[in-house]
Design a protein around this ligand. Sequence first.
Ligand SMILES: C[S@@+](CC[C@H](N)C(=O)[O-])C[C@H]1O[C@@H](n2cnc3c(N)ncnc32)[C@H](O)[C@@H]1O
Length: 296
Amino acid sequence: MPKKTSTSSFGTSKREGHDSSKFYSRNLYSPAEVQAGGSVVAENEAAPADEGEWLDRIFCRSSEQMPLPDGSVALAFTSPPYNAGKDYDEDMSLDDYLGLIRRVAGEVYRVLKPGGRYVVNVANLGRKPYIPLHAHFYQVHLQAGFLPMGEIIWQKAKGSAGNCAWGSWRSARSPRLRDIHEYLLVFAKEEFSRPDKGESDLTPKEFMQSTLSIWEIPPESARKVGHPAPFPVELAARVIKLYSFVGDVILDPFAGSGTTCLAALSLGRHYVGFDVSKEYCNLARNRLSATQAGLL
Ligand SMILES: C[S@@+](CC[C@H](N)C(=O)[O-])C[C@H]1O[C@@H](n2cnc3c(N)ncnc32)[C@H](O)[C@@H]1O
């Protein structure tokens, strides 16, 4: 008898006999009217005394309120918590969860320059029913004032890579789709083009690849990085090169292990990141110090 797996923070390698009851018992799957408020409690590390102190820094506090000046950031790239049962996830209703995404979207909008971009990595959840988070995210970000610029399908694998969660085997009774993709939703503030000038560092080959709407990049190993859901440095580097100039400020409002900031540093940009977890802030700072040392 194969052992059952259940939804865990660092993922499951096998899906056969997978017990999804833990996932479906989360508040995400309860009617909104029975929910209590679920706002994320921030650690609220002190705000910097002057503007210069926020650059190239990881803040251990919620990005619902960022101590950054208006119009100071050229590009924000992030992967928010999906509220799906990872270590760092609160058990929020869909409404409460979208409230968090809305508050952060408002702050990102404020700190972006005109023509600045916000690229949000999101995956859809569940099957019974399917929760199309990316559709909810469009609504939230358009309401916050963002202009939609396009969307990239991040293809994480070619085949099924050991995922056997196909529902009824070879039967139309109850087949289930096995996602091998996530989305990168691309938004702009006020203008689709950057009104200012700057230096781009894309090679012709990179430009041709990155302007296609499907990016095939393997996922990062959670165990290797020490965070439950890191995205690969290559993904962040591609976004940064396509949507920012050398020397720009790059923000990640849900920085986790600091991958966006790491890619920004390696590519000659400034960074600023936020995370509520002390553990992940320290992880990000350590990764950044190691990268900085390697660049010297
Ligand atoms: C999907 S992970 C980001 C992973 C990141 N892209 C990486 O490569 O490591 C989302 C992160 O958001 C953090 N988080 C949750 N609520 C937050 C909030 N209100 N403000 C800032 N960070 C938050 C979590 O601690 C978690 O590390």
